[in-house]
Design a protein around this ligand. Structure first.
Ligand SMILES: [Zn+2]
Length: 295
């Protein structure tokens, strides 16, 4: 990893995800907690107005406003479009960021535990993820196959990482997840400090990587109304194998709908509250093992 000079910690990107929002507020009150001797750490509060209203966003999802063309489009004037441009000015520009590592703090209503979502499958991100999952085996690591262009905030930076913790309800501050997220942030900062001092812990064991391969929506009628729920046998089973034929939905009338894919998949974000409006009942991942030789 190249020497790290600046790290950004972002919280409150979604205004009703209180874990990251209050953690960034804490770091702003006690900046010494996140300072390390070999690099600078800055904090960014993503969406202050949505936080004040305890809602995910005001006009649109801030974490979908980071397409290059949108950041450059002066005509886009929603509150979140303006926040995205301000954040990109502070941390970006996209593709040539002023920060070397970006950590964006989120929470989920799904049973995702301590999840890391990587913006890119580069060596620096994988080494960091491997280190974090080695010191804490509860850490799960996800990766999205890069689209030509990502609209996510973390895509501002090549080493852009989301910490996604849950299950926690929207608009709720849960001490357990607050402390676990804080521990993970410190582990990231300590790792980067060690790297800067030439003491990079090398990947010891294979890294389990969950690669996002698609999403499934709830069964809906012609009006778009939901006709079935996540099956009780699948609820809370994030990262567990879902085989063809396994129960996936339960209709309002009580009929089981099986998974109709051809291969075993590992769902995540199962029944995430914020994704109902996006037409996503769950994300599907493939489980991979990455070894040092593959990097
Ligand atoms: Zn979020």
């Amino acid at each position: 990893m190249n020497p790290i000079q600046r790290v950004a910690i972002v919280g409150g990107t979604h205004g009703n995800e209180f874990t990251g929002a209050y953690l960034v507020k804490k770091f702003e009150q006690h900046p010494n907690l996140i300072q390390r001797s070999s690099f600078e750490t800055l904090t960014v509060f993503g969406n202050p107005q949505a936080f004040a209203a305890a809602t995910r966003y005001i006009d649109e999802d801030l974490n979908r406003c980071f397409l290059m063309q949108d950041l450059q489009n002066a005509d886009l004037s929603s509150y979140e479009a303006q926040r995205a441009k301000a954040i990109a000015q502070l941390l970006g520009p996209k593709g040539n960021a002023q920060v070397d590592v970006l950590v964006d703090l989120h929470s989920t209503t799904a049973n995702m535990g301590l999840s890391l979502l990587l913006s890119a499958r580069n060596s620096a991100s994988l080494q960091l993820a491997s280190h974090l999952s080695t010191i804490n085996p509860l850490v799960k690591v996800c990766w999205t196959h890069p689209h030509p262009e990502s609209m996510l905030l973390r895509s501002l930076c090549e080493v852009g990482i989301v910490i996604e913790v849950g299950p926690v309800a929207q608009g709720v501050l849960d001490a357990q997840w607050f402390q676990k997220t804080e521990e993970l942030v410190h582990a990231i900062l300590d790792y980067l400090e060690a790297c800067n001092r030439g003491m990079t812990p090398l990947m010891q064991s294979p890294l389990t990587l969950y690669e996002f391969i698609g999403t499934i929506d709830y069964p809906r009628n012609s009006l778009g109304e939901i006709q079935a729920m996540v099956h009780p046998l699948l609820q809370g089973k994030d990262y567990e194998p879902l085989h063809p034929g396994d129960p996936v939905f339960l209709t309002l009338e009580g009929e089981t709908i099986p998974y109709q894919g051809d291969n075993t998949v590992y769902p995540a974000f199962i029944n995430e509250a914020a994704y109902y409006e996006k037409g996503i009942a769950m994300c599907l991942t493939q489980k991979q093992l990455i070894t040092l030789e593959n990097l």
